[in-house]
Design a protein around this ligand. Structure first.
Ligand code: UD1
Length: 363
């Protein structure tokens, strides 16, 4: 059974890695890897392919960055002939980036089966581009593979037939657990002169936080206070770097002597960094999950989350971008007053096996 596996942006790569490896071993499934080129910088893409031993893409669409409409249109335009040439029985998409939705729409119109891994998660915030991508993708997906029970419930509430829904667990955690030794061996603490437990890690790239000057400034004001207590390591996303310069915030950022900016890190270095942090500040989706698995306190710089289980069961709390709220939560962690959290059901490193078994059965 020929399946096109779609990858486009950084958070896709750690999700497709174990699926590619397992499918190549399957006697029944034939994976063809398609990279849309949504992310194209070496540090946003190639590094992850090398580290996670992902085979070179069979097909590259090389779409690059653009407005949302143009990026989605370009992916669709370039993916359509690939479907015509390859004639796959199915495509497999992961996550919620523009590439996920764009390729799903093309496949649906060609009556090619769609498999969505990480289906059903919802923030219920339609100002977030990913929420639109999630809703559209799931609406036309044939085989829905949610990571958690709340995601199953969302899909049932939207009227999806229970037979289409397969709770497989969290694929990203498969990669995290499989990479434990290499993450432990990372020298990143030495490179950045950090001591385990004595620094904070930060990631920031959501348009709602960094494309809006007021919100960005509110977050920076909180960082200014926190970095007086502990160094903050900030591997910076290309979008965020661009906005710092567009808003003329370089001097303000540079004035924070304990805010350490680095280029985006590779998978192992970043894993080591967050697992050795006192706490993590982030507006990412996946990092809310990874901190829960590591048992590291996480303050999420968003008003809502599509991954509520990380708040209910894990180590995560939502702070939005309000300066005082962020500082108060950071204080609480520094005072030793934070929940311990536990690892959610089926975030056990065995999601890939469940995915492959289901696909071998139903395709
Ligand atoms: C995308 C995803 C987001 C995910 C994030 C992880 C969508 C809607 N968003 O957001 O869900 O959390 O990836 O990183 O799909 N750029 C580069 N080099 C690159 C890629 C991007 O310089 O390799 C710059 C460009 O200026 C580009 C900007 O970053 O315009 C934004 O890139 P884009 O892919 O549109 O969205 P992300 O913010 O990366």
């Amino acid at each position: 059974v020929k399946i096109l596996i779609i990858a486009g942006a950084r958070p896709n790569f750690m999700k497709i890695a174990p699926i590619m490896h397992a499918m190549r071993r399957s006697p029944k499934l034939e994976p063809i890897l398609v990279h849309t080129g949504q992310h194209y910088d070496v540090k946003m893409s190639d590094t992850f392919f090398d580290e996670l031993n992902i085979p070179r893409p069979d097909i590259s669409l090389e779409v690059g960055s653009d407005t949302h409409a143009r990026q989605v249109a370009k992916i669709m335009e370039r993916f359509e002939p690939v479907c015509d040439e390859q004639k796959p029985q199915a495509i497999l998409v992961v996550g919620d980036v523009n590439s996920t939705m764009a390729c799903s729409i093309v496949a649906a119109k060609k009556e090619i089966k769609i498999i969505h891994v990480e289906a059903g998660i919802r923030s219920r915030d339609r100002s977030m581009p990913e929420e639109i991508n999630r809703m559209v993708t799931d609406a036309i997906t044939d085989i829905l593979m949610p990571p958690s029970r709340d995601a199953v419930d969302n899909l049932l509430a939207e009227g999806h037939a229970p037979e289409k829904i397969h709770l497989v667990g969290n694929i990203m955690i498969d990669t995290l657990l499989a990479s434990k030794d290499l993450i432990n061996k990372s020298e990143i603490l030495k490179t950045l002169s950090l001591q385990a437990g004595n620094f904070v890690s930060l990631t920031l790239h959501r348009p709602s936080n960094v494309d809006n000057m007021d919100n960005f400034r509110k977050i920076l004001a909180a960082l200014e206070v926190i970095q007086q207590e502990l160094p903050i390591v900030f591997p910076i996303h290309p979008r965020t770097r661009k906005m710092i310069s567009e808003f003329g915030l370089e001097d303000y950022v540079a004035s924070m002597k304990n805010l350490i900016l680095t280029d985006p890190l590779g998978y192992f270095d970043f894993g080591k960094l967050i697992s050795a942090s006192r706490f993590v500040l982030t507006d990412s989706g996946g990092i809310q999950e990874e901190t829960t698995v590591y048992g590291i306190p996480c303050i999420t710089l968003r008003e809502n989350t599509e991954r509520p289980v990380t708040v209910w069961e894990g180590t995560n709390e939502l702070a939005g971008c309000d300066t005082e709220t962020i500082i108060a939560l950071a204080r609480q962690i520094l005072d030793g007053n934070w929940k311990k959290g536990r690892i959610p059901e089926l975030w056990d490193g065995a999601a890939t096996g469940r995915i492959i078994r289901i696909l071998e059965e139903v395709l």
